[in-house]
Design a protein around this ligand. Structure first.
Ligand code: SF4
Length: 473
């Protein structure tokens, strides 16, 4: 499961935006590692630098120095819709009769195909196959005969799907969150301006203060001189569809998303896991790093209930095995878990163990870890997962897996347990997730664990045999 894109925008009173944008992108690096980019505007023209690779590799000091202007937007990308090349790297930048536009997008449109055909029929020429360019063209045509707020409102009525956007129209920076609020976006204040970002950790990195989340269906327009902002509620939907996986997995634990510190949310999910599926064992241990906050909440709740479980680090992570690590054969791939995670024998040997993680996608790592703990002498290995079984793909911009790759799709919990080889397996229920997030169940997207999505997805209801139906039209 890969996280999908981080966006940021800043407007400052009297200093270049490039360096703060660069720092903010560093803070959002976990949301995308494929490409990084910044666009600034100096009041006369746009300046752009977009490269493939990590933030630290994509910019050098000269690149930053050439990005003039005190207003700008930035993006880190993991590709969702569109090909993996520089044509789809963002921010997307283009000039129209209505002015220059820059767009940073986190999410995935479900009607991009139909909209692209319509715009192409009207003479719009596309340079990429990504859905962000579709939003840019739609906004540009609306800006021809409408003011900025009306044009954005018209685009919001046209594009359907998941989007949190940092947009720059000439030197004006905007933030826009889709009517269901599927992806996060927040607003912060700096000493000399304002910032919009996917996560509050990016505001912290600039020594700023989080003001609040951008509301679903809200447009924020920053003053280009860094003196303030306007808010426009363009829609006010009855229900939202916030991605619950932001709290479970994607967002940084030190970010506050939709009013809730992610670390605390994960601890509460761990407490819920104990309440629903607790089992007394000698040791409770996390899968590092993803299961740590869940395991801490779980162990705390177990001990409050009169237990005497030990919370211990039983698996050590090798932080130097990166995404580029190449394993030449299937056999070596299966052994690779030992390169990434190695057990501490004294924590495990002869003990009953509860191993805690945030989620199971394909089940490969879980299976290998359970086998590893048995191999080093664990008496029993019980697996507890801080989310419900993932049974369906995500169409809102998360690279989950196809249905036939998901271990829980079409299986009972007991059947999954058998495949993984654990002594017992317990997941967290959707109701407990909603409780832990202090949110009504109807205000969360849980498409990947229920198969019910907040948008119509062609093929989803009608043809369950298709492993990855085409999005939209
Ligand atoms: S389907 Fe799952 S991963 Fe995708 S937006 Fe909904 S909750 Fe998040």
């Amino acid at each position: 499961m890969d996280e999908k894109c981080g966006v940021v925008g800043v407007s400052l009173s009297d200093r270049a935006a490039a360096r703060p944008l660069y720092y903010a992108l560093y803070a959002l690096q976990h949301r995308g590692q494929e490409s990084a980019g910044i666009i600034t505007h100096d009041g006369f023209q746009q300046h752009s630098h977009v490269e493939m690779g990590l933030v630290g590799d994509a910019f050098d000091p000269d690149d930053i120095a050439e990005l003039n202007g005190s207003n700008g937007i930035g993006h880190v990308r993991y590709p969702t819709a569109g090909s993996v090349d520089t044509a789809c790297a963002q921010p997307f930048s283009v000039s129209f009769k209505s002015g220059s536009l820059g767009l940073s997008h986190n999410g995935n449109l479900v009607n991009a195909g139909a909209l692209r055909d319509e715009l192409a029929g009207m003479g719009h020429a596309f340079t990429s196959d990504g859905d962000t360019e579709v939003i840019a063209h739609d906004l540009a045509r609306n800006l021809l005969d409408a003011d900025l707020v009306t044009a954005v409102e018209e685009t919001m009525a046209t594009v359907h799907g998941s989007y949190s956007l940092a947009v720059m129209h000439d030197d004006r920076v905007l933030g826009l969150r889709d009517p269901q609020g599927n992806r996060p976006l927040c607003l912060g204040e700096l000493d000399d301006g304002y910032v919009l970002a996917s996560e509050s950790a990016a505001i912290d990195a600039l020594n700023g203060e989080l003001i609040r989340d951008v509301e679903p269906g809200e447009l924020i327009v920053l003053n280009p001189d860094g003196t303030g902002y306007e808010s426009h509620r363009l829609t006010d939907p009855d229900n939202t569809a916030r991605c619950f996986f932001e709290h479970v997995y994607f967002a940084r634990p030190d970010s506050t998303v939709d009013g809730k510190l992610v670390y605390e949310a994960r601890r509460e999910l761990g407490r819920g896991l104990w309440a629903e599926n607790g089992i007394d064992t000698d040791v409770v241990m996390p899968v590092p790093d993803s299961g740590r906050a869940f395991a801490s909440g779980y162990a705390e709740a177990a001990n409050e209930d009169g237990g005497s479980v030990e919370f211990a680090e039983g698996l050590m992570k090798n932080r130097y095995v990166g995404r580029t690590f190449i394993m030449p054969s299937q056999d070596e791939r299966e052994r690779a878990v030992r390169l990434k995670l190695n057990p501490i024998k004294s924590t495990v040997e002869g003990k009953t163990v509860t191993l805690i993680d945030d989620s199971i996608v394909r089940g490969t790592t879980s299976t290998q870890l359970v086998e590893l703990l048995h191999d080093v002498g664990a008496a029993e290995v019980h697996l507890r997962i801080g989310s419900p079984p993932i049974v369906a793909p995500c169409y809102m911009g998360i690279d989950m897996a196809s249905r036939d790759e998901l271990i829980a799709a079409g299986k009972t919990v007991e059947e999954v347990r058998e495949v993984i080889g654990a002594d017992s397996l317990g997941y967290l229920s959707p109701a407990s997730i909603a409780d832990a997030l202090d949110t009504a169940r109807e205000d969360l997207c849980m498409g990947c664990v229920t198969g019910e999505y907040p948008y119509d997805i062609d093929g989803e209801e009608t043809d369950r045999a298709v492993s990855r139906p085409v999005i939209g039209d």
